[in-house]
Design a protein around this ligand. Structure first.
Ligand code: C2O
Ligand code: CU
Length: 510
């Protein structure tokens, strides 16, 4: 058993000694680092911002007494947040400085000189050649320039590594960061500045010497016994007695959470993966799968100074859990003065402006497709409709799961059918609307634009979307060991089979 605060732990995945095991609600929450553009210019009325990050090794101070080696964008974990105004064109240069760095597995997809990378940004941002296609490899010593138009409504998105068979290891090592698109609409409705707080959740387990321990349970999933928020174990944040906005990204490899406030009070859900929901939803708890983002407001004005409000977690993943993963972080209510002239200090807006995808109707759909998410009884490999990413590679990247016409609206039925597993399914390129879950309306908190759907055991989730860019994009489970082995396929928009693809996503690294 291990002491943790005044509690006794009985189960652990880490090899840490009691002395080095972190305690809950001690570390101060750290704000995510931010990245400034190195150059700003104008191109025919469009603001252009240039950013650069280097993927390289670094050191994180997570445990009080031991350093943890990491791989991060600019060596930082979590990586630096990019925050841009809607309509700004971003050039993001990702440099690969990972010479001589190898993971113990996945070598067949690595390069002799070191790790290979591919960088994906969520949020239907990019042309196929800038989408982080898994085999669009950037090898050590090279870089790739990604171009994002950011012409979609404000939202909380994130960029992370996506290299074939290396994604789990690369992301677990730290290659992930938030990215925000801002606009007038959210500015008029929601808290800004210090009251707009991005939170990245992850989980980790440790070796005795402070290194991250890796165990994906034979490609089932990786569940750490230490919960990190912005890279700190179970941190505490001081809050004033007013409304705060939180942008919560689940950046975990496999762990799904079911967050709730220790007071039992509801949070006010205002945004999902693709930005603002049509209307605010008060929810006391929600399922939060890897890669999903939820934006919510919490009104701390109702608590007396000195109150500690905890964000707890009630979910237990299949087969594995640890005593202390039932907590996430704490908010310490202070008596610091509040600016009551700021209109957002106590306002919970009710009507938000949702994105276009929320006004699509099922009658606009020209095609219904079925995607079955399961494990092969024969090969024991995770797949979608029997297809794996290996099959896509073997086909010379021609094999597709779907081929929607350009601007077509389609309905996809996502179904998990094996053995109690859930799969958070991510569709690149689009925002989708969740139409139904097992024939019933979606949960209140998921009535907003999404790019990841939580498909629970034996659930059927029906999603509706429009395909507005031509080219090939990936679709996959976001439990990363499932994605790597090999629950990932692709779809092709607006191109006939065998037709030349002007946006071939496998471009030469430069
Ligand atoms: Cu978050 Cu295809 O990835
Ligand atoms: Cu999965």
């Amino acid at each position: 058993t291990r002491p943790l605060g005044n509690e006794v732990l009985t189960k652990s995945a880490s090899g840490l000694s009691d002395r080095n095991f972190p305690r809950a609600f001690r570390a101060a929450l750290r704000p995510l680092p931010t990245l400034a553009p190195y150059e700003v210019s104008w191109d025919e009325g469009v603001r252009v911002e240039r950013y650069a990050v280097s993927a390289r090794v670094g050191t994180a101070q997570i445990l009080p007494n031991l350093p943890t080696p990491v791989i991060g964008y600019n060596g930082m974990v979590p990586g630096p947040t990019i925050s841009v105004e809607r309509g700004t064109r971003v050039h993001l240069r990702v440099r690969n400085k990972l010479y001589g760095v190898q993971h113990p597995e996945g070598l067949e997809h690595s390069h002799e000189s070191g790790l290979v990378l591919s960088t994906h940004l969520h949020g239907h941002a990019s042309l196929p050649e800038f989408d982080g296609y898994a085999d669009d490899r950037t090898i050590p010593g090279f870089c790739k320039d990604y171009v994002y138009e950011n012409d979609q409504p404000a939202r909380t998105i994130w960029y992370h590594d996506h290299a074939t068979h290396l994604t789990t290891r690369n992301v677990y090592s730290g290659l992930a960061a938030q990215y925000h698109i801002r606009d007038e609409v959210e500015r008029a409705l929601l808290p800004q500045g210090e009251y707009d707080v991005p939170l990245t959740l992850s989980d980790i387990m440790f070796e005795a010497d402070g290194r991250a321990r890796f165990d994906d349970k034979d490609h089932s999933g990786l569940w750490g016994d230490v919960i990190l928020v912005n890279g700190q174990p179970w941190p505490v944040m001081n809050v004033k007695r007013r409304v705060y906005r939180f942008r919560l990204l689940n950046g975990s490899i496999s762990r799904s959470y079911r967050p709730y406030l220790s007071t039992g009070d509801a949070v006010h859900m205002v945004g999902t993966d693709g930005g603002l929901m049509p209307t605010t939803q008060a929810v006391t708890t929600w399922r939060h799968a890897p890669a999903e983002r939820y934006e919510f407001l919490v009104d701390f004005s109702r608590y007396a100074p000195g109150t500690q409000v905890r964000l707890m977690n009630s979910s237990n993943p299949k087969n594995v859990d640890f005593d202390h993963t039932n907590k996430i972080m704490a908010f310490q209510v202070t008596d610091d003065p509040v600016d009551t002239y700021d209109p957002t200090w106590r306002t919970i807006p009710t009507t938000l402006t949702g994105s276009d995808v929320m006004s699509l109707t099922p009658s606009q759909s020209v095609k219904t497709r079925y995607l079955q998410l399961k494990k092969s009884d024969v090969t024991n490999v995770w797949n979608i409709n029997g297809t794996t990413w290996q099959d896509v590679i073997a086909s010379g990247y021609t094999k597709v799961l779907a081929d929607p016409a350009l601007h077509a609206v389609e309905m996809w039925d996502l179904h998990t059918s094996s053995g109690g597993w859930f799969h958070p399914l991510h569709v690149h390129l689009v925002d989708f609307q969740i139409v139904s879950r097992n024939g019933r309306p979606p949960f209140a908190y998921e009535r907003g634009p999404k790019d990841v759907a939580y498909v629970g055991p034996d659930e059927k989730v029906r999603v509706l979307m429009r395909f507005d860019r031509a080219g090939r994009y990936m679709v996959h489970c976001h439990n990363l060991p499932h994605e790597d082995h090999d629950m990932m396929g692709q779809f092709r928009v607006g191109l006939a089979a065998g037709a030349p693809d002007p946006h071939d996503p496998i471009s030469a690294a430069k």
